[in-house]
Design a protein around this ligand. Structure first.
Ligand SMILES: *[C@@H]1O[C@H](CO)[C@@H](O)[C@H](O)[C@H]1NC(C)=O
Ligand SMILES: *[C@@H]1O[C@H](CO)[C@@H](O)[C@H](O)[C@H]1NC(C)=O
Ligand SMILES: *[C@@H]1O[C@H](CO)[C@@H](O)[C@H](O)[C@H]1NC(C)=O
Ligand SMILES: *[C@@H]1O[C@H](CO)[C@@H](O)[C@H](O)[C@H]1NC(C)=O
Ligand SMILES: *[C@@H]1O[C@H](CO)[C@@H](O)[C@H](O)[C@H]1NC(C)=O
Ligand SMILES: *[C@@H]1O[C@H](CO)[C@@H](O)[C@H](O)[C@H]1NC(C)=O
Ligand SMILES: *[C@@H]1O[C@H](CO)[C@@H](O)[C@H](O)[C@H]1NC(C)=O
Length: 392
């Protein structure tokens, strides 16, 4: 009798040690290459991974039960460990580090020793937030560090993109260099507090602007999003909806939205992307040019304008755009306007709360430096533009 009890006990202990997963690392329980953390409800996993065609090892996060593995966050994105000897650990004074146990080199570290954590722990939460904190303290305000503050190329539900005016802290999405290299690439998505959210290159060239968020049909794509512009913050975020979604700055220079399909295993399906046509690239046809993706050639000039450099224009180099055929008569009463539909605001446009479109027109006519005006049906009042007019 006695021996059979002992045998049962041992078998069960063995079973539990195999199946138990953990969501936390502590100074005495680091995470070695080959192990994974799984969040309490089983949604997210975190561990070492290798992108295709390389031997580099990174610490990354993915959806635990989705067969189509997409890395949604990378810790040491620019400093991989070269062999499977990496270790994610916490020092007793509260910093989190990735070291190569073979060479003893430190590849990455976050947190500072001055945070005063006496029992530091890093926990992978069900939201996909990986937080460094005092073990057992769940007060979000006391986190010493959190991955939600340092997104890589992907915005998860609950993460905020943009600026916190109180702390001065800002976040952006930075694309991977390419499919197999998560280090910072050429594209960023950031929130411009004066206008909207935009995608731009590392050299500062704006590729695409969202325009006002309510003109993007994100809700029909299942994205329960929120754009806040207040004295506290200027942020873009979204909440968990019917299915998991990801907002991504792609290495190919696009803002993309992925939704998880409901079939077994699950696939990340592209639900939306911009720029979706050549014309949606910002300023594609140059100043005063007008873009029509279904036309050939794609670029034309606004009425009353001609190509600035006819030979370049003829060879489909649109950089120089168009110039006015005849100068403005300003105030002598012969100037007028032509209507251009579906244009985005130029970057320099400053909305003023002028009530009607007609007042908007008269205000622009009276101002000799105003070349265009816009009104989107009352939401943003009147916007006059004093510079070259870019359509998009
Ligand atoms: C990896 O390399 C193979 C063979 O060169 C290539 O076909 C494949 O596209 C590469 N994968 C990625 C993600 O670059
Ligand atoms: C990684 O492992 C390979 C094969 O074991 C070895 O040749 C190489 O020197 C190691 N690299 C480092 C940085 O330790
Ligand atoms: C914190 O711990 C790390 C590793 O143990 C050590 O290198 C570092 O000097 C310590 N910092 C302080 C301020 O104690
Ligand atoms: C984007 O965020 C990263 C990480 O916080 C930061 O290093 C970088 O300077 C930011 N880039 C821009 C252009 O704001
Ligand atoms: C957003 O808020 C900031 C700070 O309060 C303000 O300067 C800016 O004009 C606002 N932008 C828009 C588009 O309302
Ligand atoms: C287009 O023209 C601009 C000058 O207007 C020049 O700088 C640029 O290199 C040209 N682009 C191509 C692709 O030839
Ligand atoms: C407006 O008319 C006056 C007199 O007819 C003329 O001298 C002036 O050049 C005109 N202004 C413009 C901008 O054409």
């Amino acid at each position: 009798m006695k021996t059979s009890h002992v045998i049962v006990f041992l078998v069960m202990a063995f079973f539990f040690s195999l199946s138990a997963s953990r969501d936390t690392i502590t100074p005495t329980q680091p995470l070695a290459d080959g192990e994974v953390l799984v969040s309490a409800g089983g949604t997210f996993a975190l561990g070492f991974f290798t992108p295709a065609n390389t031997t580099n090892r990174y610490v990354g996060m993915w959806f635990n039960n989705v067969a189509d593995r997409r890395i949604v966050w990378v810790a040491n994105r620019a400093s991989p460990v070269s062999n499977s000897t990496g270790l994610l650990s916490i020092t007793t004074n509260g910093t989190m580090v990735i070291t190569d146990q073979k060479s003893n080199k430190r590849a990455w570290s976050v947190g500072t020793a001055s945070t005063g954590l006496t029992a530091p722990a890093a926990q992978l939460l069900e939201t996909g937030n990986f937080v460094l904190k005092q073990d057992g303290d769940d007060d979000t305000r006391s986190y010493a560090w959190q991955s939600f503050d340092y997104p890589t190329d992907t915005l998860l539900a609950g993460m905020k993109l943009g600026l916190d005016w109180i702390t001065g802290f800002s976040t952006n999405l930075t694309s991977w260099e390419n499919d197999v290299d998560p280090s910072g690439g050429a594209y960023y998505i950031a929130v411009d507090p004066n206008t909207d959210t935009y995608l731009y290159t590392s050299s500062g060239v704006v590729v695409w602007r969202s325009g006002p968020w309510d003109t993007i049909n994100f809700r029909s794509k299942g994205l329960n999003y929120k754009y806040v512009n207040s004295s506290q913050e200027s942020t873009f975020s979204f909440q968990e909806g019917d299915r998991p979604m990801l907002f991504v700055a792609s290495a190919t220079g696009k803002a993309q939205l992925f939704g998880l399909s409901s079939d077994a295993g699950g696939q990340w399906e592209l639900a939306w992307e911009e720029p979706s046509t050549q014309c949606n690239y910002f300023g594609q046809c140059g100043p005063n040019g007008i873009c029509d993706a279904s036309a050939s050639p794609m670029c034309g000039c606004l009425e009353g304008y001609v190509p600035k450099s006819p030979s370049r224009w003829a060879s489909e180099n649109w950089t120089d755009g168009c110039v006015r055929k005849a100068g403005l008569d300003c105030r002598n009463g012969t100037d007028g306007f032509v209507v251009v539909h579906q244009a985005k605001m130029p970057e320099s446009a400053i909305p003023t709360p002028t009530p009607s479109l007609d007042e908007c027109r008269l205000a622009c006519l009276r101002d000799c430096s105003c070349v265009a005006y816009a009104n989107d049906g009352g939401r943003y009042g009147c916007a006059g533009s004093t510079t070259r007019f870019w359509t998009s």
